[in-house]
Write a protein that binds this ligand. Structure first.
Ligand code: HEM
Length: 207
């Protein structure tokens, strides 16, 4: 696996794989295969894929450490940008398909469905991460500050679960929310355990 991940084809392959869900949704939209409410299906589909991409991104470090797949580090930036990309497409689906681009309707909708604000907050936090995902930004910020800033991705994950939970609370439908909450909970628990282990090994460091 490590060899496959380190190969020249790994990046283009993962790039196409990450685009496939959007390709499928657009194909289904053009072929009238998204059910009775295609706008809602696209909005929900892109929301779910934002969350799934976030889970994949958070899996990189545990897999790298547990399996020794160090080559995964090369793919992390692209996966992070895909989380942002799917979140932006999700917002486009909301603004242009669900709300027909009517800003007055959006301003009336948000107080009725405050979970949208939680989604917006998650997107606002993703924006600086996407903008500073390049090598020049790492040099500009310095590695320590850059790493601290990028830890905001864990807050994004918590907000994403809150957004999902709140949205489904109106429908009393929590099965899928529970599944993603457990996945994100385990990934955050792994990160916290590593943080405390490192502090135990090197007291005084803040990583
Ligand atoms: C990191 C950011 C975000 C993530 C991970 C995310 C994820 C999700 C998920 C998983 C769903 C539920 C899908 C389903 O029920 O199958 C959803 C629904 C929704 N999201 Fe987001 N979202 C994000 C940001 C946003 C933003 C910024 C907005 C609006 C500006 C937004 C608006 C909505 C709306 C309106 C729904 C409900 C659709 C409906 O009622 O059918 N989301 N989102």
């Amino acid at each position: 696996m490590q060899r496959a991940l380190a190969s020249r084809l790994a990046k283009p392959f993962i790039f196409l794989l990450a685009l496939a869900p959007l390709g499928y949704l657009l194909f289904a939209l053009l072929h009238d295969a998204l059910g009775a409410n295609p706008a809602e299906a696209l909005l929900r589909g892109t929301g779910l894929w934002t969350l799934r991409m976030l889970c994949v991104l958070l899996l990189v470090s545990p897999l790298r450490e547990a399996m020794g797949w160090t080559a995964l580090a090369r793919l992390r930036r692209m996966l992070g940008l895909f989380v942002f990309f799917y979140a932006v497409v999700h917002v486009f689906a909301y603004v242009w398909l669900d709300q027909s681009g009517q800003w007055e309707d959006i301003l009336l909708d948000i107080p009725k469905r405050p979970f949208i604000l939680v989604g917006l907050l998650a997107l606002m936090l993703l924006l600086p991460l996407a903008l500073t995902s390049f090598n020049a930004a790492i040099r500009w910020l310095g590695a320590v500050r850059w790493r601290r800033l990028h830890q905001a991705v864990y807050l994004v994950a918590l907000l994403a679960i809150l957004h999902f939970f709140w949205m489904r609370a109106g429908k009393r439908n929590f099965d899928q929310v529970a599944l993603y909450a457990v996945i994100i909970g385990l990934l955050l628990a792994w990160r916290l355990r590593r943080f405390f282990n490192r502090r135990g090994a090197h007291p005084g460091t803040s990583r």
